[in-house]
Design a protein around this ligand. Structure first.
Ligand SMILES: [Zn+2]
Length: 157
């Protein structure tokens, strides 16, 4: 598996779903999973957005925690269809769409992290990042719209 993938391929309609989830959860943080074909060719394509419940018992306005059971079950379900969890998204109510210190401390390598800024209830910026190999910081990842041929290939898998 390629360790570094420079871009995150996300359809415009799926970006709309991320924004909508962020707005619906406001003033709490929304979170969920990005599912796509297992990235064997150095491309990371999002084919499906799967919402997660924010499991954090407190501080949900600026913290999130995905349910580990849901993560494992989803990962298991994906395997049988040649898919993987390729990223994790969450929203930042009234904060910029940049990873926080908490995000850095809790992030896993390899996954794309997508941040949705929600400003007074309205989604603003959507940005993608990937953890540095040493876990000490973030690399921004460009969000690109998959070309039709890319989508075709992803559905054939
Ligand atoms: Zn965060």
């Amino acid at each position: 598996m390629t360790r570094f993938i420079d871009t995150l391929e996300l359809r415009a309609e799926d970006e709309v779903l991320l924004r909508r989830h962020g707005e619906e959860a406001y003033p709490e943080e929304a979170c969920g999973f990005l599912v796509g074909p297992t990235p064997t060719s150095g491309r990371r394509v999002v084919a499906e957005i799967v919402r997660a419940v924010n499991e954090k018992q407190d501080e949900r306005t600026h913290r999130f925690l995905v349910n580990p059971e849901q993560f494992r079950k989803l990962e298991h379900d994906c395997e049988s269809s040649g898919r993987s969890i390729v990223g994790i998204y969450h929203s930042h109510p009234d904060h910029p769409a940049e990873p926080s210190r908490f995000d850095l401390d809790h992030a896993w390598p390899w996954y794309a992290y997508v941040l949705v800024g929600v400003d007074r209830g309205r989604a603003s910026a959507v940005n993608a990042f990937e953890l540095d190999p040493d876990g000490g910081g973030w690399q921004p990842r460009d969000i690109v719209i998959p070309t039709p041929s890319m989508e075709q290939r992803s559905t054939e898998r």
